[in-house]
Every structure is written in C-alpha cells, then in structure tokens.
Design a protein around this ligand. Structure first.
Ligand code: C2G
Length: 154
C-alpha cells in the first residue's frame, strides 16, 4: 500500500498555534506531510512582508514532528507540478482559502480545514508594533501635545 502524501503551502511568518493546529490536522489525514514554504520574494508577491526570513521559517517548519518534508514555494503555478512530483493524495489549506484551489481536484483530493480563530501573523505584528518602545514614545508625545492644547482651552 503506497504512502498517503498530504501537501500544503504557506508563509508561516511568526509561527503560531493556528499554523501548528493546521499542520497537525493535515498530518493526521495521511502518512506524510509536505509543506511548501513561501520564499521572501513570493511572500511579497502575496502582499506580505515576513518578519522572519525564508531560511528560518523553513527551518522551523522542518523541525516540526508532524512535517516530513519542506520545499520553497516560489509561485502560484507550481502546485499541480508539486502534486504530481510528490504523488500527493490530499492538498489541504485553511478555510480562508475555501474554494480557491478547487481546480487541483483534477489531481488529488482538496480540503479546507477551519482556521484557528483569534490569531494571525498580522495580529501579532500589530501587537508587537503597539508594544514597540519607539511607537509608545510617539504616542506619549502625541498625548502630551493633546493635553497642552486641552489646558489652553480651559
Ligand atoms: N491558518 C490557520 N489559522 C490561522 C492562521 C493561518 O489555519 N489562525 C492557516 C492558513 O489558512 C494557511 C496556513 O495556516 O492554510 C498558513 O497561513 P499563512 O502563513 O498566512 O499562509 P498564506 O499566506 O495563507 O499562504 O499558495 C498558498 C499560499 O502560500 C498560502
């Protein structure tokens, strides 16, 4: 009986529990899980500016017990070739991609798993910005300015 290979792709910037939940659930669907990690260039093409470099993002994914192989995702069009090359049985993504890759049903099963609510790399980035000291200094200066204007109004 040949191994059942599962495939997914992502940027996986600022790796968090939402990514881990998805990868673990995908791994449960087969015998091996392969992950295409978006290069820095392709991430930019997707409108993302990852904080963590491709090399480090790929290394983190490669280190996961539930991941059996990692390769670069360099373009939108490589999926069908990857599916054939790795004899993939299941292509899976989080539900924010619902329906977006249905054309791949010509090559393998396509599934979309529920996203983990309440967490995203974007939200983490926003939180980090708020906590960023330089940013809080700016906020304090702005507050001081507002206070001085309010005092003059009294
Ligand atoms: N994800 C999730 N729950 C979250 C956040 C992300 O299930 N709270 C899933 C996404 O649905 C995606 C995967 O984790 O399937 C990776 O998310 P991203 O790193 O944001 O990847 P994305 O930019 O969606 O790249 O060609 C496909 C693209 O490369 C997908």
């Amino acid at each position: 009986m040949s191994e059942k290979v599962v495939l997914t792709y992502g940027t996986f910037d600022l790796f968090h529990i939402g990514h881990l939940n998805l990868l673990r659930r995908l791994r449960q669907l087969g015998d091996r899980l392969l992950v295409g990690v978006s290069t820095d260039e392709f991430s930019k093409l997707k409108g993302k500016q990852p904080i963590i470099s491709f090399t480090d993002r790929a290394e983190i994914i490669r280190a996961l017990r539930c991941v059996d192989g990692v390769f670069p995702e360099e373009c939108w069009e490589q999926k069908a070739g990857d599916i054939r090359k790795h004899c993939v049985s299941v292509f899976g993504m989080g539900s924010d991609w619902e329906g977006r890759f249905d054309e791949l049903k010509a090559y393998c099963e396509v599934i979309y798993l529920p996203r983990t609510e309440g967490i995203s790399s974007t939200e983490i980035r926003k939180t980090l910005k708020i906590l960023d000291r330089a940013h809080t200094r700016e906020l304090k200066q702005a507050l001081d300015l507002v206070s001085s204007i309010v005092e003059r109004l009294d």
